[in-house]
Design a protein around this ligand. Structure first.
Ligand SMILES: Nc1nc2c(c(=O)[nH]1)N[C@H]1C(S)=C(S)[C@@H](COP(=O)(O)OP(=O)(O)OC[C@H]3O[C@@H](n4cnc5c(=O)[nH]c(N)nc54)[C@H](O)[C@@H]3O)O[C@H]1N2
Ligand SMILES: Nc1nc2c(c(=O)[nH]1)N[C@H]1C(S)=C(S)[C@@H](COP(=O)(O)OP(=O)(O)OC[C@H]3O[C@@H](n4cnc5c(=O)[nH]c(N)nc54)[C@H](O)[C@@H]3O)O[C@H]1N2
Ligand SMILES: [Mo]
Length: 694
C-alpha cells in the first residue's frame, strides 16, 4: 500500500499558539484526513478539541489553500499573482537576497519576520534561524505576545515557570486574573470545575464580563492597567491582618520588610481609587486570599499588554510567596510553564553561525519599514521574509506597517497557507504545509507534556514544510555547513539531545512510540514548594537588584498606563474610552478568520459598549460605528450590554482587514509603544472614541 492510500489513525499535536497544545488524533481514509479529535488519554487534552481546531480539516482542505509558488503581477497589496515553479521561485529569492547581502547595505538590510503561526520547534525555529544566522541578516526580537510578563516572572521567581494546572483540583480558591479561560485556555476549565466541586470559589478579574467571568462565582470588573495596584491592596490586607506565612517568607523570600512598607501605602481606599474596585471588595478579596491554603492565580497575557505590564505580572507573582501557597498542590501563580521545556535551542537554531548584527523589535515593524535606519541604526530594511505570521493584520499601528509594506523598493517573501493580508503585499509567495503534512516537536505553555506531531497526509498541492523551503534557499545561496542538510527528524533528535534534567527520558524513540510524554517532573509539579527560585539570590525577590539596574522600581509598584485620564488628560478628553481587542472565541489571532463556519460564528467585526457609554454617544445596538483615534480607525457593529466596565470597549479580534467591511481592523488604532519590561506591546493601553459610522 502506498503512503498516499494510507488508512488509519495518526498521532499529531495541535500547532497553534495557545497554552493547551493538544494531543490530536487524526483519522485518515485512503490518504485523506477525515477527522481530528482530542486524545482521551492525554491528561490535559482530555479527549476534546476547541471550537477552532475541530475545524482543522476544513482549514486544511480549504478551497483557498496556496498550492504553488507565485510571483506578484499587480501593484503591491492588490493580491494579483501568477504561478511560477519552485525552482524559479527559489532562484529569484536567492538572487535578490544575495544582491542585497553583497550591496553596501549588507545582509542586515534583510529582516526575517516570524511568530507562532505554528508553535513547532522544527517549522518555527530551526532551519529558518540557521539560514538567517548564516546569511548575517538582522535579528528579530520576538516580543509581540509575552515578553513583558516573561521578564516580570524572571525578575520575581527567576524564570517563566509557575504552578501546575493539574494541581487546580486541590485549590480552595481560583482567581482567573486577566484571562478568558473558556476562549483562550479551554482545557484548563475542567480542572477549575473539579476545584469548584470540592468547594473552591472561582473569581474573574477582568474589565469585561467575558464568557468565562459569567461562569465564575464573582466578577471583579477592574479598570484596565491597574492590576498591580490591586495586588498591592491585597498585600496591604495580608500584612495588616497577619495573613502572611512568616516561615515561608523568612526562608524563601528577599525584601519582605521593604515590601511591607510599600504595601502600607496601598490602602484599600487608595487602591479603590486607582482600580475602580470598591474598598470593601479589596478587603474581602485580601482576606479570602490570605485565608485560603492553596489559591491558584491564573494570570494570562491580557493584563500585561499595558505600559506597566511587566510590573503587573511581577507584583501578582509575589503573592503566593507571601502566603506560602507555593507549598501546596493547587497553590501558586501560573503565567506559563514554557521555561520547563529545556530543548537544546542552540543546536536547533545555531546562533553561533551569525556575525554580530542589530536586532529589530517585531512590534516596531511600522518604524522598521518606514525609517531610513529601520529605527534602530544601520541600513534600511530592503527585504523581509515573513513566515508563521500575519504582520499586516497583527502588528500594532498597522497604518505604518502597511505604508512600509507598500514600498516599491522593499522585496517581500511570504511563506503561507493562504493569501492573507500580509501575503497580498508579497513579491513572492511560497506555499507551506500544515500540521497534517509535516513533522514537528512541541512544547506547551499551559501544561507539562512534550508532543510529537507526525504527518498524516501528503503535502497539499506543491506545498513544502518551512524547514524544506529554508533548506532549499540555503543550498541555492551556497551554504554548505553540514547543519543545512539535517532532515526534520534529525533536528527533533538534536532538540532532545541536551542533558537538561527536565527532559531526561524524553527521547525521539519514546515519542515515536507514544506520541506525547510528561516532562521529567512530578504530577502535580510544585516548583517552589521549598524555595528553589532561580533568581540570583535563589529566593523570591520582592526587592530586585536587577530591576534597579534596569532603571525600574526594585519593589512592586503601580505604573500608570500610557493612555489614561491621569497620565494623558488631553488625549483622554478627546479619546475617553479604552479599547481592549483581545481574542475572539472563534479565531486564533488571525488564523481561522477565513474558515467560513468560524467567521459566521464571529458574525462581523463588533464593538461591545456599556449602555451608558452607548447612550451618551447616541449609539443603538446593531448600529455601525467607527472606533478611532489619531493613529487610525476601523468600523464595527455596536453591541450594547452591561457586560463591560463603563469607559471600556471590546473589539473581539483579530480580523483579517480584507475580510472586514471597511478593510481595517483594531490594529489601525494600536500604538508601537513598548512595555516597562521586555519591550512588549501595549495593545490594550489604547484610548479611542466611538462614533456612529458616516
Ligand atoms: N480562541 C482563542 N484562543 C487563544 C488565542 C486567540 O486568539 N483565540 N490567542 C492565543 C494567544 S497568542 C495568547 S497570547 C493567549 C492569550 O490569552 P489571554 O491573555 O488569556 O487572552 P484572553 O483570553 O483574551 O484574556 C485576556 C483577558 O484580559 C482582559 N484584560 C485586558 N486588559 C486587562 C487588564 O488590564 N487587567 C485585567 N485584569 N484584565 C485585562 C481582557 O478583557 C481579556 O478578557 O491565548 C491564546 N489562545
Ligand atoms: N489588536 C491586537 N493585536 C494582537 C493581539 C491582540 O490581542 N490584539 N494579540 C497579539 C498576540 S498575543 C500574538 S501571539 C500575535 C499573533 O500574531 P501571529 O503570530 O502573526 O499569528 P496569526 O495571526 O495567527 O498568523 C499566523 C500565520 O501563520 C500561518 N502559518 C501557520 N502555520 C504555518 C506554517 O507551518 N508555515 C507557514 N509558513 N505559515 C504558517 C497561518 O496561516 C497564519 O496566517 O498577534 C498579536 N496582535
Ligand atoms: Mo500570543
Amino acid at each position: 500500500m502506498t503512503a498516499s492510500l494510507f488508512t488509519g489513525v495518526v498521532r499529531g499535536a495541535c500547532p497553534h499558539d495557545c497554552p493547551d497544545t493538544c494531543a490530536m488524533l487524526v483519522t485518515v481514509e485512503n490518504g485523506r484526513a477525515v477527522k481530528v479529535a482530542g486524545d482521551p488519554e492525554h491528561p490535559f487534552t482530555n479527549g476534546f478539541l476547541c471550537a477552532k481546531v475541530n475545524r482543522y480539516i476544513e482549514r486544511t482542505y480549504h478551497r483557498d489553500r496556496l498550492l504553488q509558488p507565485m510571483r506578484r503581477s499587480g501593484p503591491k497589496g492588490s493580491g494579483r499573482f501568477e504561478p511560477i515553479s519552485w525552482s524559479a521561485a527559489i532562484e529569484e529569492v536567492a538572487q535578490r537576497l544575495g544582491d542585497i547581502a553583497r550591496s553596501p547595505d549588507g545582509p542586515q538590510a534583510i529582516l526575517p519576520y516570524s511568530y507562532a503561526g505554528t508553535m513547532g520547534m522544527v517549522q518555527g525555529s530551526s532551519m529558518d534561524r540557521r539560514f538567517f544566522h548564516k546569511l548575517g541578516a538582522s535579528k528579530l526580537d520576538r516580543t509581540i505576545c509575552s515578553m513583558a510578563g516573561t521578564v516580570g516572572m524572571r525578575m520575581t521567581v527567576g524564570a517563566n515557570i509557575g504552578a501546575d494546572a493539574e494541581g487546580i483540583p486541590e485549590s480552595d480558591l481560583v482567581i482567573l486574573w486577566g484571562t478568558n479561560t473558556l476562549t483562550s485556555n479551554p482545557h484548563m476549565w475542567p480542572f477549575v470545575l473539579q476545584a469548584r466541586a470540592r468547594g473552591a470559589r472561582i473569581i474573574a478579574i477582568d474589565p469585561i464580563r467575558t464568557r468565562t467571568a459569567e461562569q465564575c462565582d464573582e466578577w471583579i470588573g477592574i479598570k484596565p492597567s491597574t492590576d498591580a495596584a490591586l495586588a498591592l491592596g491585597i498585600m496591604h490586607v495580608l500584612f495588616e491582618r497577619g495573613l502572611v506565612d512568616e516561615e515561608y517568607v523568612a526562608l524563601y523570600t528577599l525584601g519582605a520588610a521593604e515590601l511591607r512598607e510599600r504595601a502600607r501605602e496601598y490602602t484599600p481606599a487608595r487602591v479603590a481609587e486607582i482600580t475602580g474596585v470598591d474598598a470593601d471588595t479589596i478587603v474581602r478579596l485580601g482576606e479570602e486570599y490570605g485565608r485560603a491554603k492553596a489559591a491558584f492565580l491564573r494570570v494570562n497575557y491580557g493584563l500585561q499588554r499595558h505600559a506597566g505590564g511587566g510590573m503587573a505580572v511581577r507584583t501578582i507573582a509575589c503573592l503566593p510567596a507571601l502566603t506560602g501557597h507555593w507549598r501546596r498542590a493547587g497553590g501558586g501563580v501560573q503565567l506559563s510553564t514554557s521555561a520547563n521545556f529545556q530543548f537544546d535551542k542552540a543546536a536547533l537554531e545555531r546562533p553561533d553561525l551569525s556575525p554580530p548584527v542589530r536586532t529589530v523589535n517585531m512590534i516596531r515593524l511600522g518604524d522598521a519599514l518606514t525609517l531610513p535606519d529601520a529605527g534602530v541604526g544601520g541600513p534600511p530594511v530592503r527585504a523581509m521574509v515573513v513566515y508563521n505570521s500575519n504582520p499586516a493584520a497583527v502588528a500594532p499601528d498597522r497604518g505604518a506597517v502597511r505604508r512600509g509594506m507598500e514600498r516599491e523598493d522593499l522585496f517581500t517573501v511570504v511563506l503561507e497557507h493562504f493569501m492573507t493580508d500580509t501575503a497580498d503585499y508579497a513579491d513572492i509567495v511560497l506555499p507551506a504545509t500544515t500540521q497534517l503534512e509535516h513533522w514537528d516537536l512541541h512544547l506547551a505553555y499551559g501544561h507539562h507534556y512534550v508532543s510529537l506531531n507526525r504527518p498524516s497526509i501528503e503535502p497539499i498541492g506543491e506545498s513544502l514544510p518551512n524547514s524544506e523551503i529554508f533548506r532549499r534557499l540555503a543550498a541555492a545561496m551556497g551554504m554548505t555547513d553540514s547543519c543545512f542538510a539535517d532532515d526534520d527528524l534529525a533536528m527533533i533528535g538534536q532538540a532532545l539531545s541536551g542533558n537538561a534534567k527536565k527532559i531526561q527520558g524524553v527521547t525521539l524513540d519514546a515519542l515515536l512510540e507514544r506520541g506525547w510524554m510528561r516532562l521529567n517532573v512530578p504530577t502535580p509539579y510544585l516548583p517552589y514548594a521549598e524555595g528553589g527560585f532561580s533568581t540570583p539570590s535563589g529566593k523570591c525577590e520582592f526587592v530586585s537588584e536587577r530591576m534597579a539596574k534596569m532603571g525600574l522600581d526594585p519593589l512592586p509598584s503601580f505604573t500608570a498606563p500610557y493612555e489614561s485620564l491621569e497620565s494623558s488628560p488631553e488625549l483622554a478628553r478627546r479619546f475617553p474610552l479604552t479599547l481592549i481587542s483581545s481574542p475572539a472565541h472563534q479565531f486564533l489571532n488571525t488564523t481561522f478568520v477565513n474558515v467560513d463556519s468560524l467567521r459566521r460564528g464571529a458574525r462581523e467585526p463588533e464593538c461591545l459598549l456599556h449602555p451608558r457609554d452607548a447612550e451618551a454617544r447616541g449609539i443603538a445596538p446593531g448600529m455601525m460605528v467607527t472606533v478611532h483615534n489619531d493613529r487610525g480607525a476601523f468600523n464595527a457593529k455596536a453591541r450594547v450590554e452591561e457586560k463591560i466596565r463603563e469607559g471600556v470597549v471590546w473589539a473581539p479580534s483579530i480580523w483579517w482587514s480584507k475580510l472586514s467591511p471597511d478593510g481595517h481592523n483594531a490594529n489601525d488604532t494600536t500604538s508601537q509603544r513598548t512595555t516597562d519590561m521586555g519591550e512588549g506591546p501595549v495593545f490594550y493601553d489604547n484610548l479611542v472614541e466611538v462614533s456612529a459610522a458616516v
